[in-house]
Ligand binder design. Structure first.
Ligand code: DPP
Ligand code: ZN
Length: 844
């Protein structure tokens, strides 16, 4: 397969004035007629006229009305063209009903829909399918479906046809078309300048009752972007469509966002609190793309983080404002460590701005998105909130309508703050997670912190240079008072010291408050000091982190030395859990143990080969010890978290339920599932029902509840996805692979649906000790299904290959088993470019 390099960027030789498309819908023979005005691009070097096009049947092509015979290749077409402006016309035929890759125009449950990012438009018609070619689109849809939607504003319609015009020039990846038997949940929004916008959420008949929450989230997002970023919506209408078969979470097509139905449909009976929060965040994310992504887009796909890092950062700010900023930060760091750190510390490691790819779909990663957002957070921390606001204003002013680069983005900050960001820019080019170690010194009232940073080598990058690290630090007096409030130290060297003078006693340092930089902190701190921070730190993140650190240390000792549970930690934690003044959501987070995968990574980093069974056993022992120690406290806490008002997915209620359910899982260890069964029987919302079911599964007392759940929800695809997922994720390790395999034999295991596939296979990978079963059964099952899926949906298959990204951390036996499975995948005839690139990187 061909590799594309950032350094090879050349502008396209023509500009597109406008695009007219006529799409005549038919499941197996849709005709797409395009009329495109091209004119030579004065800023581009001379080149052949080449248009992307894949899996298209060319019916005719013409230039200025005269038929031409272009040279066709599997990637597109080449043609001789006039030296001045010309009108290009083609007619092609495509078969949406046969498109199982869910890229381009395809069908989902009888409805036509599109997914064009990153390079799907070329499966709809011949076009310069690259983000730096921007044009206005006029689209005519012909077909017998009652609803026909495209980007922009509706201009005209009649029996069997509808026309749309999008006045904002856009790249082809933002094109969208939806047609089907849909019903809308309507809404309206008045923008800050007084413009009325029509809002709709379009769903299949029957799902109307699950749209209200999404609509409110959309309006809240529109208001927030006006208030916080000064960004106003720019069309007369904003449509969202829910689609059952979708590779991603959602897509920000201009004026016509398309959502995986799991990321927009919500009701208390069918969605958990976590689902509600995620839906709110994704609706915000896609809406925010209207400015960061659509009005200002990316010059090329290497700049993906320009829109994704920034938009993730913006949606995290939104969630922090809507809910608890502290809880959001802790949750984001948990997620970063669970998904981005393993990526950055293994064979798939790549910079936030990659420099080459074979298949761009493989770079929609936690590094580009989540580390990309961390980089923005660091930038804001370094320049300050006010300067950040000014820089963003300049960004929108200077680059509106552009296809921009990371250089453009950083220049805006340099020009508006006068800062030199050349070293900071390494965050975009250097891969790997920096390790930060610390030593402390106290003498004569002066406290000195000395930091050392080091980034281990990653694929293709053996030598690393020091990065700019904003290190937020606070100092506490031994009596618990804060003597130095949060201060951001700016570290730029490999080793650097910072002093604090005039102290009356040696302070306790709270370092990396709010997780101010995405690094691994190697800090040898006494357990006593961690317990002190757990009790007294004014920074919620570091309070949580102190406890997390103690838990990690305890589990490490249990695994490596056969130590017993750290009762001193459990007792210190009890004080926090009991504190009714603390946010229940925060207390719920405090109750969770580090994930088993996180522990495996820590052991590996300390030179110990992780044994998944030993890690699982240690975690079980520790949870049991917590439950026994708190046996009298648990019922009390459960009672205190009871919600008496009617259900609301807001932060207050969901925090209580989160704490109650964290307690229930401990209680289940004492009563074998009695309380969980009672909660399951009484539950009137999905949060309570599902968490009770989860407890019953871990207690091995789930048979009746699983059957009852299935009877109740068998006709709801999204709820059944949870049923499939939970019984694999929450079961004992030895049952994980056998259960997953049994589930794949069910007639409702519709594996071509990405949600259902991920429910089973993704959950298997999340059951750490289950996936890593010593006999290789977990690896085998996953590999078999990835091979099968590759033939239908390469994109989703390739994404899931990342479950093997940590394979080199484990013992020789497991490594050999995983390697054999990866080689088996690599050897599949006609392996997709997507999966082939992933497996190649994993094995290199
Ligand atoms: N739909 C994906 C996202 O919003 C890709 N743009 O992040
Ligand atoms: Zn996005």
């Amino acid at each position: 397969p061909q590799t594309t390099y950032l350094s090879d960027y050349t502008p396209f030789g023509w500009q597109v004035a406008d695009v007219h498309l006529t799409v005549k819908l038919a499941p197996k023979a849709t005709r797409v007629v395009s009329r495109i005005h091209f004119q030579p691009n004065p800023n581009a070097p001379a080149q052949d006229f080449f248009l992307h096009g894949e899996e298209l049947k060319l019916i005719r092509a013409a230039i200025d009305g005269t038929e031409v015979n272009p040279e066709l290749t599997p990637q597109g077409l080449r043609c001789d063209v006039p030296s001045g402006p010309f009108l290009w016309e083609t007619e092609v035929e495509i078969a949406p009903a046969e498109n199982t890759a869910l890229e381009g125009l395809y069908m989902s449950n009888g409805m036509y829909c599109t997914q064009c990012e990153a390079e799907g438009f070329r499966k709809i018609t011949y076009y310069p399918d690259r983000p730096d070619v921007m044009a206005t689109f006029t689209v005519r849809i012909e077909g017998d479906t009652p609803v026909k939607l495209s980007n922009g504003n509706p201009t005209d319609s009649g029996e069997g046809w509808a026309e749309w015009h999008d006045p904002w020039p856009k790249p082809a990846y933002l094109f969208a078309l939806v047609a089907g038997d849909l019903v809308n949940h309507p809404g309206a929004f008045t923008t800050m300048s007084g413009k009325e916008v029509e809002l709709n959420i379009w769903v299949r008949p029957g799902d109307e009752g699950k749209c209200a929450f999404g609509m409110e989230a959309l309006k809240a997002s529109m208001t927030w972007d006006e208030e916080v970023y000064g960004r106003e919506y720019d069309l007369d209408i904003f449509n969202i469509v829910a689609v059952d078969d979708f590779n991603m979470g959602a897509m920000e097509n201009k004026g016509l966002n398309i959502f995986n139905s799991s990321c927009v449909l919500a009701s208390p009976e069918t969605s958990t609190d976590a689902n509600f929060e995620r839906i709110e965040a994704i609706i915000a994310h896609e809406y925010f793309h209207n400015w960061t992504g659509n009005r200002i887009t990316c010059r090329d796909w290497f700049q993906l983080c320009l829109k994704e890092g920034l938009t993730v950062y913006r949606d995290s700010q939104f969630t922090s404002d809507m809910r608890s900023a502290e809880v959001k930060r802790i949750s984001d760091v948990i997620d970063l460590r669970a998904r981005q750190f393993p990526e950055d510390q293994g064979p798939l490691s790549h910079p936030v701005r990659p420099e080459s790819f074979q298949e761009i779909n493989n770079f929609y990663t936690a590094t580009v998105y989540e580390k990309g957002a961390e980089v923005i957070g660091m930038l804001k921390r370094l320049v300050g909130d006010e300067a950040y606001g000014k820089a963003l204003d300049l960004y929108f002013e200077r680059h509106d309508g552009d296809a921009a680069t990371i250089e453009d983005w950083l220049r805006v900050f340099e020009d508006s703050t006068g800062r030199d960001l050349s070293q900071f820019k390494r965050w975009y080019s250097q891969s790997g997670t920096p390790h930060l170690s610390i030593s402390e010194d106290y003498a004569d009232g002066t406290f000195t912190l000395t930091f050392k940073q080091e980034t281990p080598p990653t694929p293709g990058q053996s030598d690393k240079a020091p990065q700019v690290l904003p290190i937020a630090v606070g100092l506490l007096n031994p009596n618990g008072d804060e003597v130095v409030p949060t201060t951001v130290l700016e570290m730029t060297d490999a080793e650097q010291s910072f002093s604090f003078e005039g102290l009356s006693a040696k302070p306790v340092a709270s370092i990396l408050r709010g997780f101010s930089a995405p690094v691994v902190l190697d800090r040898e701190t006494l357990a006593e000091e961690k317990r002190f921070l757990l009790a007294h730190d004014t920074d919620a993140f570091n309070r949580w982190e102190a406890s997390r650190d103690l838990a990690r240390g305890c589990l490490f000792d249990m695994v490596t030395e056969g130590a017993g549970p750290d009762m001193a930690w459990i007792d210190a934690l009890e004080q926090v859990i009991r504190d009714g003044d603390l946010d229940p959501a925060f207390r719920a987070l405090m109750l969770a143990l580090p994930t088993q995968s996180e522990l495996a990574q820590m052991l590996h980093a300390k030179g110990v080969t992780p044994d998944p069974d030993a890690i699982h056993a240690a975690a079980e022992t520790l949870r049991n010890a917590m439950a026994e120690r708190w046996s009298s406290l648990l019922p009390e806490l459960m009672a205190a978290t009871r919600v008496t008002e009617g259900y609301s997915p807001d932060a207050k209620q969901s925090g209580k339920r989160a704490l109650g359910n964290a307690v229930l899982s401990l209680q289940t260890r004492l009563d074998g599932g009695k309380a969980a069964q009672a909660q399951f029987d009484a539950a009137d919302n999905m949060t309570m029902q599902l968490s009770a079911l989860s407890c019953l599964i871990s207690a091995g007392a789930e048979d009746a509840a699983l059957a009852a759940f299935e009877r109740q929800w068998k006709d709801d695809r999204l709820v059944m996805d949870k049923w499939f997922a939970l019984q694999v994720a929450a079961t004992k390790p030895e049952s994980a692979a056998p259960r997953a395999e049994a589930l794949t034999k069910r007639p409702d295991f519709d594996w071509k649906n990405p949600n259902r596939f991920r429910a089973v296979m993704g959950s298997l990978a999340m059951n750490h000790a289950g996936f890593h079963a010593k006999d290789g059964s977990g690896y085998r099952l996953l590999a078999e299904w990835l091979i099968k899926l590759d033939g239908k949906n390469p994109q989703t298959a390739a994404r899931m290959c990342s479950v093997f990204q940590t394979w080199t951390r484990y013992d020789a036996g497991r490594q050999a088993l995983m390697k054999a499975e990866l080689e088996r995948i690599a050897a599949k005839p006609d392996l997709s470019r997507d999966v082939s690139e992933m497996v190649g990187r994993l094995l290199s």
